[in-house]
Write a protein that binds this ligand. Structure first.
Ligand SMILES: [Cu+2]
Length: 328
Protein backbone atom coordinates (compact mmCIF):
# COMPACT_ATOMS: atom_id res chain seq x y z
CA UNK A 1 0.00 0.00 0.00
CA UNK A 2 1.33 3.42 -0.89
CA UNK A 3 1.68 6.31 1.42
CA UNK A 4 -0.97 8.73 0.41
CA UNK A 5 -0.15 12.39 0.75
CA UNK A 6 -3.61 13.36 1.73
CA UNK A 7 -3.16 16.98 2.46
CA UNK A 8 -3.82 19.98 0.25
CA UNK A 9 -0.40 21.28 -0.65
CA UNK A 10 -0.61 25.07 -0.19
CA UNK A 11 -2.26 24.91 3.19
CA UNK A 12 0.26 22.43 4.41
CA UNK A 13 3.30 24.26 3.15
CA UNK A 14 2.37 27.20 5.33
CA UNK A 15 1.45 24.93 8.16
CA UNK A 16 4.74 23.09 8.04
CA UNK A 17 6.67 26.30 8.42
CA UNK A 18 4.54 27.33 11.34
CA UNK A 19 4.87 23.95 12.97
CA UNK A 20 8.51 23.28 12.43
CA UNK A 21 10.04 26.63 13.13
CA UNK A 22 9.07 26.18 16.73
CA UNK A 23 11.56 24.39 18.92
CA UNK A 24 8.90 22.79 21.09
CA UNK A 25 7.72 20.51 18.32
CA UNK A 26 6.51 17.15 19.47
CA UNK A 27 6.17 14.41 16.91
CA UNK A 28 3.48 11.82 16.80
CA UNK A 29 5.23 8.75 18.18
CA UNK A 30 4.66 5.25 19.46
CA UNK A 31 4.58 4.91 23.21
CA UNK A 32 6.73 1.78 23.00
CA UNK A 33 9.28 1.95 20.20
CA UNK A 34 10.72 -1.53 20.55
CA UNK A 35 9.29 -5.02 20.17
CA UNK A 36 10.60 -8.52 19.84
CA UNK A 37 10.09 -10.83 16.86
CA UNK A 38 6.99 -13.02 17.09
CA UNK A 39 5.46 -11.15 19.97
CA UNK A 40 2.19 -9.36 20.48
CA UNK A 41 2.60 -5.63 20.27
CA UNK A 42 0.29 -2.86 21.37
CA UNK A 43 0.87 0.18 19.19
CA UNK A 44 -0.07 3.25 21.21
CA UNK A 45 -0.03 6.17 18.79
CA UNK A 46 0.56 9.38 20.69
CA UNK A 47 -0.94 12.53 19.24
CA UNK A 48 0.76 15.43 21.00
CA UNK A 49 -1.07 18.35 19.38
CA UNK A 50 -3.39 19.33 16.53
CA UNK A 51 -2.64 21.19 13.31
CA UNK A 52 -1.25 24.54 14.42
CA UNK A 53 -4.18 25.65 16.51
CA UNK A 54 -6.83 23.44 14.96
CA UNK A 55 -8.27 20.40 16.64
CA UNK A 56 -7.66 16.94 15.17
CA UNK A 57 -10.89 15.36 13.94
CA UNK A 58 -9.53 12.28 12.27
CA UNK A 59 -6.55 10.01 12.58
CA UNK A 60 -5.51 7.50 9.93
CA UNK A 61 -2.79 4.96 10.68
CA UNK A 62 -1.27 2.78 7.99
CA UNK A 63 0.11 -0.44 9.35
CA UNK A 64 3.47 -1.82 8.27
CA UNK A 65 4.11 -5.26 6.86
CA UNK A 66 5.31 -7.33 9.79
CA UNK A 67 2.39 -6.26 12.02
CA UNK A 68 -0.42 -8.74 11.53
CA UNK A 69 -3.95 -9.55 12.61
CA UNK A 70 -4.29 -6.00 13.82
CA UNK A 71 -7.18 -5.09 16.06
CA UNK A 72 -7.74 -1.41 16.77
CA UNK A 73 -9.31 -0.16 19.96
CA UNK A 74 -12.33 2.08 19.67
CA UNK A 75 -11.86 5.59 20.90
CA UNK A 76 -14.44 7.63 22.70
CA UNK A 77 -16.06 10.20 20.41
CA UNK A 78 -14.57 8.73 17.22
CA UNK A 79 -16.09 6.36 14.67
CA UNK A 80 -13.74 3.46 14.06
CA UNK A 81 -13.27 1.79 10.69
CA UNK A 82 -10.60 -0.32 9.01
CA UNK A 83 -9.42 -1.07 5.50
CA UNK A 84 -8.12 -4.49 4.71
CA UNK A 85 -5.51 -5.43 2.18
CA UNK A 86 -3.17 -8.21 1.14
CA UNK A 87 -0.12 -8.96 3.24
CA UNK A 88 3.16 -9.09 1.34
CA UNK A 89 4.12 -12.23 3.21
CA UNK A 90 1.88 -14.97 4.48
CA UNK A 91 1.29 -14.66 8.21
CA UNK A 92 0.88 -17.95 10.04
CA UNK A 93 -0.66 -18.16 13.47
CA UNK A 94 -1.70 -21.30 15.33
CA UNK A 95 -1.31 -23.32 12.14
CA UNK A 96 -3.52 -21.03 10.11
CA UNK A 97 -2.32 -18.94 7.18
CA UNK A 98 -3.47 -15.38 6.68
CA UNK A 99 -2.87 -13.63 3.36
CA UNK A 100 -4.72 -10.43 4.20
CA UNK A 101 -5.84 -8.34 7.07
CA UNK A 102 -6.23 -4.84 8.43
CA UNK A 103 -3.79 -2.48 6.74
CA UNK A 104 -5.28 0.85 7.71
CA UNK A 105 -7.19 2.11 10.70
CA UNK A 106 -9.36 5.23 10.67
CA UNK A 107 -10.72 7.07 13.70
CA UNK A 108 -13.04 9.80 12.47
CA UNK A 109 -15.53 12.39 13.64
CA UNK A 110 -14.10 13.20 17.05
CA UNK A 111 -12.21 16.08 18.55
CA UNK A 112 -8.73 16.22 20.04
CA UNK A 113 -8.15 19.87 20.80
CA UNK A 114 -4.85 21.39 19.73
CA UNK A 115 -3.91 21.90 23.37
CA UNK A 116 -4.75 18.31 24.24
CA UNK A 117 -2.85 15.05 24.07
CA UNK A 118 -4.40 11.75 23.11
CA UNK A 119 -3.57 8.12 22.40
CA UNK A 120 -4.94 5.65 19.87
CA UNK A 121 -4.34 1.95 20.24
CA UNK A 122 -3.89 -0.98 17.85
CA UNK A 123 -2.90 -4.45 18.95
CA UNK A 124 -1.33 -6.96 16.61
CA UNK A 125 1.28 -9.66 16.19
CA UNK A 126 4.85 -8.99 15.10
CA UNK A 127 6.04 -11.66 12.65
CA UNK A 128 8.19 -12.18 9.54
CA UNK A 129 10.78 -9.79 10.94
CA UNK A 130 14.24 -10.10 12.45
CA UNK A 131 16.16 -8.25 15.11
CA UNK A 132 17.50 -5.03 13.65
CA UNK A 133 14.48 -4.42 11.42
CA UNK A 134 12.42 -1.30 11.87
CA UNK A 135 8.70 -1.15 11.11
CA UNK A 136 7.15 2.19 10.25
CA UNK A 137 3.60 3.12 11.12
CA UNK A 138 2.40 6.08 9.07
CA UNK A 139 -0.04 8.35 10.80
CA UNK A 140 -1.98 11.30 9.40
CA UNK A 141 -3.87 13.77 11.54
CA UNK A 142 -6.71 15.68 9.86
CA UNK A 143 -7.95 18.96 11.21
CA UNK A 144 -11.13 19.76 9.34
CA UNK A 145 -11.08 19.68 5.55
CA UNK A 146 -8.20 22.05 4.95
CA UNK A 147 -5.36 20.95 7.15
CA UNK A 148 -3.54 17.81 8.02
CA UNK A 149 -0.20 16.63 9.27
CA UNK A 150 1.28 13.42 7.93
CA UNK A 151 3.90 11.54 9.94
CA UNK A 152 5.07 9.38 7.09
CA UNK A 153 8.72 10.02 6.27
CA UNK A 154 11.12 7.15 6.59
CA UNK A 155 14.63 8.14 7.65
CA UNK A 156 17.44 7.47 5.21
CA UNK A 157 20.85 6.51 6.55
CA UNK A 158 23.30 9.37 6.26
CA UNK A 159 20.62 11.98 5.77
CA UNK A 160 19.09 14.40 8.23
CA UNK A 161 16.29 13.17 10.36
CA UNK A 162 13.09 13.93 8.44
CA UNK A 163 10.79 16.69 9.67
CA UNK A 164 7.76 14.39 9.61
CA UNK A 165 9.11 11.02 10.64
CA UNK A 166 6.90 7.97 10.43
CA UNK A 167 6.40 6.21 13.76
CA UNK A 168 9.28 3.80 14.15
CA UNK A 169 9.11 0.43 15.84
CA UNK A 170 12.49 -1.21 16.29
CA UNK A 171 12.67 -4.95 16.38
CA UNK A 172 15.20 -5.97 18.95
CA UNK A 173 17.04 -9.23 19.38
CA UNK A 174 14.96 -11.64 21.33
CA UNK A 175 18.15 -13.71 21.55
CA UNK A 176 20.33 -10.92 22.96
CA UNK A 177 17.88 -10.10 25.65
CA UNK A 178 17.36 -13.74 26.48
CA UNK A 179 21.14 -14.25 26.72
CA UNK A 180 21.47 -11.65 29.41
CA UNK A 181 19.05 -13.66 31.46
CA UNK A 182 20.33 -17.07 30.52
CA UNK A 183 21.88 -19.19 33.21
CA UNK A 184 19.53 -18.20 35.95
CA UNK A 185 15.93 -19.06 36.24
CA UNK A 186 14.33 -15.71 36.70
CA UNK A 187 10.73 -16.69 36.93
CA UNK A 188 8.24 -14.31 35.44
CA UNK A 189 6.85 -13.13 38.75
CA UNK A 190 10.27 -11.86 39.70
CA UNK A 191 10.75 -9.90 36.49
CA UNK A 192 10.91 -6.17 36.92
CA UNK A 193 8.06 -3.95 35.93
CA UNK A 194 8.54 -1.65 33.00
CA UNK A 195 9.12 1.91 34.17
CA UNK A 196 8.36 4.96 32.04
CA UNK A 197 9.65 8.37 33.08
CA UNK A 198 9.29 11.11 30.51
CA UNK A 199 10.77 9.67 27.34
CA UNK A 200 12.89 7.12 29.16
CA UNK A 201 11.72 3.54 29.35
CA UNK A 202 13.37 1.05 31.69
CA UNK A 203 12.78 -2.67 31.24
CA UNK A 204 14.27 -5.96 32.33
CA UNK A 205 15.94 -4.55 35.41
CA UNK A 206 17.73 -7.22 37.40
CA UNK A 207 20.55 -7.75 39.84
CA UNK A 208 21.77 -10.89 41.51
CA UNK A 209 22.46 -12.41 44.86
CA UNK A 210 25.87 -11.58 46.35
CA UNK A 211 28.17 -13.88 48.33
CA UNK A 212 28.24 -13.26 52.08
CA UNK A 213 30.26 -10.19 52.88
CA UNK A 214 30.64 -9.11 49.27
CA UNK A 215 31.14 -5.40 48.94
CA UNK A 216 30.10 -4.98 45.32
CA UNK A 217 27.36 -6.07 43.00
CA UNK A 218 26.14 -5.30 39.51
CA UNK A 219 22.72 -4.28 38.31
CA UNK A 220 21.40 -4.48 34.76
CA UNK A 221 18.59 -3.19 32.64
CA UNK A 222 17.43 -2.21 29.19
CA UNK A 223 16.93 1.52 28.73
CA UNK A 224 15.22 3.08 25.72
CA UNK A 225 14.96 6.73 24.82
CA UNK A 226 11.55 7.19 23.20
CA UNK A 227 12.04 10.90 22.70
CA UNK A 228 13.64 13.21 20.17
CA UNK A 229 16.50 14.38 22.33
CA UNK A 230 19.52 12.58 23.67
CA UNK A 231 19.56 11.88 27.37
CA UNK A 232 22.29 10.56 29.61
CA UNK A 233 22.38 8.23 32.57
CA UNK A 234 24.69 10.21 34.81
CA UNK A 235 24.36 8.84 38.32
CA UNK A 236 22.67 6.35 40.58
CA UNK A 237 22.17 5.70 44.27
CA UNK A 238 20.74 3.00 46.48
CA UNK A 239 19.96 2.44 50.12
CA UNK A 240 21.92 -0.84 50.02
CA UNK A 241 25.21 0.66 48.84
CA UNK A 242 27.52 3.45 49.90
CA UNK A 243 28.11 4.38 46.30
CA UNK A 244 26.60 3.46 42.95
CA UNK A 245 28.42 4.10 39.70
CA UNK A 246 27.84 3.62 35.99
CA UNK A 247 30.50 1.26 34.65
CA UNK A 248 31.70 -0.17 31.43
CA UNK A 249 33.42 -3.49 31.06
CA UNK A 250 35.42 -4.15 27.97
CA UNK A 251 38.02 -6.50 26.63
CA UNK A 252 41.43 -4.90 26.12
CA UNK A 253 44.37 -6.98 24.92
CA UNK A 254 42.62 -10.08 26.13
CA UNK A 255 42.00 -8.64 29.58
CA UNK A 256 38.62 -7.63 30.93
CA UNK A 257 38.74 -4.06 32.16
CA UNK A 258 36.16 -2.23 34.16
CA UNK A 259 35.92 1.51 34.37
CA UNK A 260 33.57 4.15 35.58
CA UNK A 261 31.89 6.22 32.88
CA UNK A 262 32.70 9.65 34.25
CA UNK A 263 30.48 11.43 31.76
CA UNK A 264 27.69 8.92 32.13
CA UNK A 265 26.09 6.79 29.46
CA UNK A 266 24.42 8.49 26.52
CA UNK A 267 21.02 7.24 25.40
CA UNK A 268 20.52 8.60 21.89
CA UNK A 269 17.01 9.46 20.67
CA UNK A 270 15.26 6.29 19.61
CA UNK A 271 18.09 4.11 20.90
CA UNK A 272 18.00 1.22 23.33
CA UNK A 273 21.03 0.49 25.46
CA UNK A 274 21.32 -2.73 27.35
CA UNK A 275 23.28 -2.83 30.58
CA UNK A 276 24.41 -6.40 31.02
CA UNK A 277 27.16 -8.55 32.44
CA UNK A 278 30.34 -8.00 30.45
CA UNK A 279 29.24 -4.59 29.15
CA UNK A 280 27.72 -1.47 30.59
CA UNK A 281 26.42 -2.02 34.09
CA UNK A 282 25.43 -0.31 37.28
CA UNK A 283 27.89 -0.96 40.05
CA UNK A 284 26.84 -0.99 43.66
CA UNK A 285 29.86 -0.47 45.91
CA UNK A 286 30.11 -0.62 49.66
CA UNK A 287 27.11 -2.94 50.01
CA UNK A 288 25.61 -2.74 53.49
CA UNK A 289 23.80 -6.05 53.17
CA UNK A 290 24.02 -9.34 51.40
CA UNK A 291 21.62 -9.48 48.50
CA UNK A 292 19.64 -12.71 48.48
CA UNK A 293 17.95 -14.33 45.53
CA UNK A 294 14.47 -12.88 45.14
CA UNK A 295 15.29 -9.62 46.93
CA UNK A 296 14.08 -6.44 45.33
CA UNK A 297 16.88 -3.89 45.28
CA UNK A 298 15.84 -0.28 45.00
CA UNK A 299 18.12 1.88 42.89
CA UNK A 300 17.48 5.49 41.94
CA UNK A 301 18.82 6.27 38.50
CA UNK A 302 19.53 9.82 37.52
CA UNK A 303 19.24 11.03 33.94
CA UNK A 304 20.56 14.39 32.79
CA UNK A 305 17.24 15.47 31.24
CA UNK A 306 14.64 13.16 32.70
CA UNK A 307 15.89 13.44 36.26
CA UNK A 308 15.58 10.77 38.90
CA UNK A 309 13.86 7.47 38.20
CA UNK A 310 13.22 4.84 40.86
CA UNK A 311 13.63 1.27 39.69
CA UNK A 312 13.24 -2.02 41.56
CA UNK A 313 15.81 -4.66 40.60
CA UNK A 314 14.81 -8.24 41.38
CA UNK A 315 17.78 -10.40 42.39
CA UNK A 316 18.67 -13.47 40.37
CA UNK A 317 20.59 -16.35 41.97
CA UNK A 318 24.21 -16.00 43.00
CA UNK A 319 26.63 -15.98 40.10
CA UNK A 320 24.12 -15.51 37.32
CA UNK A 321 26.23 -14.82 34.26
CA UNK A 322 29.55 -14.27 35.90
CA UNK A 323 31.08 -10.88 36.23
CA UNK A 324 34.40 -10.30 37.87
CA UNK A 325 34.29 -7.52 40.40
CA UNK A 326 37.57 -8.42 42.06
CA UNK A 327 39.04 -5.20 40.71
CA UNK A 328 36.92 -3.11 43.05
CU1 LIG B 1 31.70 -2.54 37.72
Amino acid sequence: MNTAKFFAAPAVAALSIALFSGNALAHATLETGVAQPDSYYKAVVRVPHGCDGMATNKLVVELPEGFYNAKPMSHHGFALSVEKGAYEKMFTSHGKDYSEGVKRVIWDGGVVEDWAYDEFVIRGKIANVAAGDTLYFKATQYCGDAASVAWDQIPVAGEDRPAHPALALKIEGGADVADAHAGHDMSKDKMAEMVMAGDIKIEKAWTRATPNGAKAGGAFLLVTNMGDNADRLIAASSDVAAKVEIHEMSMKDGVMKMQQLEAGLEIAPGASVELKPGGFHIMMMGLNKTIAEGDMVHITLEFEKTGKVDVMFPAAPLGAPSMDHSKH
